[in-house]
Design a protein around this ligand. Structure first.
Ligand code: C5P
Length: 259
């Protein structure tokens, strides 16, 4: 999986009409789109996914399932059968049994498939990057004394939690996890070279960081060990030039980092 186009996922946090435009413009440089809860709830996700297929692109279906195992199993059966879906995700916090249910669903769909299309990848969401120690203490995930003034201790708590959840995802048979750029090294060390890491929080040098805090450039993230990059606004809303130009620059940076 060397081809740089296949490593880039454009996050379509836009309405369906704009999504259709973006797909046409960036298709030559970007292999996958990411559709999320907004389009799913609006009922436009499937139409947008179909347009992506027409441009030779696949979909990361960002449904982030988190429910009882039977419900996740049934939802995963549907996700695995969607046109163009190449990957979808579940929350690792749902536990081993829930993640195994997603694995079972995808394997069943693949065993019944009439074509040799590759089975969709299942990714685990470890801790959301919007969660910090205070969030985890507030939900009871970490003990109250984890909330110290010592930044190093707090960072260690979060890293340990992310590593444990990634290892749980691996044990459940998931293909990989979503991780912030700063978590790549820790997960790679714990989970080995074949476990996929999909990384948002990517910003080309000199572009707006927006609300992303823990960022790397596309080249840095690939060299750090990311398999796929999720990139939204730097492609969909470039500060200068066209979307196609922005996507091409990222594509070329990824290609250089892979060579
Ligand atoms: O526009 P930007 O490149 O920041 O978009 C990143 C995408 O990745 C968004 O769809 C965001 O919701 C998603 N994401 C993220 N951080 C995570 C998980 C998902 O930025 N930890």
């Amino acid at each position: 999986m060397k081809e740089s186009r296949q490593r880039i996922i454009v996050a379509l946090d836009v309405d369906a009409h704009e999504a259709g435009q973006i797909i046409k413009e960036v298709g030559p440089y970007v292999g996958l789109i990411k559709v999320g809860k907004e389009m799913m709830t609006e009922g436009t996700a499937n139409d947008v996914m179909f347009r992506a297929v027409q441009q030779g692109m696949g979909t990361f279906y960002d449904g982030k399932y988190f429910d009882i195992p039977e419900t996740v199993y049934r939802a995963s059966l549907k996700a695995a059968r969607l046109v163009g879906v190449r990957m979808f995700n579940v929350h690792c916090l749902g536990g081993l049994e829930m993640m195994q249910a997603a694995r079972r669903a995808v394997d069943e769909v693949a065993s019944q498939a009439m074509t040799a299309a590759p089975r969709p990848l299942i990714l685990g969401v470890t801790l959301l990057t919007s969660m910090d120690v205070a969030t985890c203490v507030g939900t009871g995930l970490l003990p109250v004394w984890a909330e110290t003034d010592d930044v190093e201790i707090k960072t260690k708590f979060m890293r340990d939690a992310v590593r444990k959840l990634a290892l749980l995802a691996k044990k459940a048979g998931l293909d990989g996890v979503i991780a912030s750029p700063l978590e790549i090294a820790e997960i790679r060390k714990a989970c080995g070279p074949d476990f996929l890491i999909v990384t948002p929080g990517v910003r080309p040098a000199g572009t707006e960081t927006n609300d992303q805090k823990r960022i790397m450039t596309p080249g840095e993230a690939i060299r750090a060990g990311a398999d796929y990059l999720v990139i939204g606004r730097p492609i969909t809303k470039p500060a200068t030039g066209t979307r196609a130009e922005a996507a091409k620059r990222i594509h070329d940076e990824v290609a250089a980092a892979l060579s």
